[in-house]
Write a protein that binds this ligand. Sequence first.
Ligand code: DP6
Length: 337
Amino acid sequence: MVPTDATAVAQPNIALVKYWGKRDTALNLPATGSISITLDDLRTRTRVRFSPGLGADSLTLNGAAAPEKLPRITAVLDLLRAQAGTTRFADVQSTNDFPTGAGLASSASGFAALVVAADAALGLHLPPERLSEFARRGSGSAARSVFGGFVEMARGERPDGSDAVAAPLLAATEWPLAVVVAVTSDAAKSTSSGAGMELSRRTSPLYDAWTASSTAALAEARAAIERRDFAALADISEHSSTTMHAVMLSSRPALIYWNGATVECLHLIRRLRETSGVATFSTVDAGPQVKAVCLPEDAARVADALREVPGVLYVRTTRLGPGARLIDPLNDTGGAT
Ligand code: DP6
């Protein structure tokens, strides 16, 4: 075990065909597959240092100790420690250059960066699909941020979850889209995705129909991506997002992740597409932020329009980017493209 210290960078991903429901909570196995795009310039940077001198794992998140998040981190590190045959504890330091826990998928980039850094720090060199599996144990969507561009996460069939892993569909450069993120609140979300999914599974009368519709939605999205058919991808992606929110809203008590500005943004994006002919579509996760996927040449126009919506705090525009990767912390900013 020579290297004990490594730093990785990862970006959040945005699901186009959504994951909302688990078939096993202990192993964090999804009830359905999902398809996502990995973003480029919202970044998580994580340093993991294993040391024989530490008495426990520790986590510093955005410069402050975050003990409440440690159990999930330790559970993922335990998987990697078992592979390496070590019991050494780790010091984890992670920073996000975007709001944490507010529906911008900070857990996806966080756990993807964690497994890539820990794998290197332990000298393991595990294949990407194993890193994806371990990232999934931290957060389902994190399995996708191990890879760049368009990514599909498999539901998997095996009880041990070894086939519930993500795989790349298309590199970011093969269909360079842009995403405009309209941030309508910087507050952390009220109900975590994991708790929300369990509530939906137990109480939403729409839950079974939602999971049953996933195979067809995945096939539709996969075909649209293969053909680079923006209109078809827009149609299935918006449908997946609004259907997931119907499941959330029909949970008991209702999960209402949207605020008023969220709804105004959804109307605006639809107007831009239907009356102004701009190729764009919306997608929303477990929070009030709206992501408008568009062609790069339309990104400035979409951003300008979203910025004008009352309640939008700010917008961020990003291209699609690479998967989680190691960096040299002294002279690398994460491979900005
Ligand atoms: C709405 O991956 O955050 O963003 O596995 O419990 O950590 P856990 O959930 P998480 O859920 C993501 C839900 C979503 C849709 C998606 O990204 O597919």
